[in-house]
Design a protein around this ligand. Structure first.
Ligand SMILES: [Fe+2]
Length: 147
């Protein structure tokens, strides 16, 4: 297991925490597949799932931050874009064979991005949002329908 879920990763917003947990699970699964030397197709599929879910999570987060007028919204969104681009770049390198999935670069990236995203970027916005309101008003499904 690359990342073990820990209380320090909890933002206190259930919706965000459940999405972060799913991201951690996907990262762990990808890491496990890489370590086990799974087929290209299996790695390709899980890597794509991770990218898709990251994009969904970032988009949900941005919609919530807009509602609460988060003062550092622009910077937060820029980090999301940067991370998404870096992840997509790694994915392309993996797909074209330019970068072996088992390389240290992939492992480091997977570990760093999620830990930094949660512990540095997300912990900053927590004081600006109403976690009780988010948890009572929004769910993954509602976010997709309402916002
Ligand atoms: Fe997040």
């Amino acid at each position: 297991m690359l990342i073990e879920w820990d209380i320090k990763y909890e933002t206190g917003v259930k919706l965000i925490d459940s999405q972060h947990k799913r991201l951690v699970n996907l990262v762990n699964q990808l890491h496990e597949f890489i370590m086990e030397g799974k087929s290209f197709d299996a790695l390709d599929k899980i890597f794509q799932n991770l990218i898709d879910y990251t994009i969904k999570h970032f988009s949900d987060e941005e919609r919530l931050l807009l509602i609460y007028d988060y003062p550092d919204f622009k910077e937060h969104k820029e980090h999301h874009t940067l991370l998404t681009n870096q992840m997509q770049e790694l994915f392309i390198q993996f797909k074209t064979g330019a970068l072996p999935a088992a390389s240290l670069k992939v492992k480091k990236f997977l570990l760093n991005w999620i830990v930094e995203h949660i512990l540095t970027d997300d912990m900053r916005y927590i004081q600006y949002v109403d976690s009780d309101e988010i948890d009572s008003k929004f769910t993954d499904m509602l976010l997709d329908r309402i916002l």
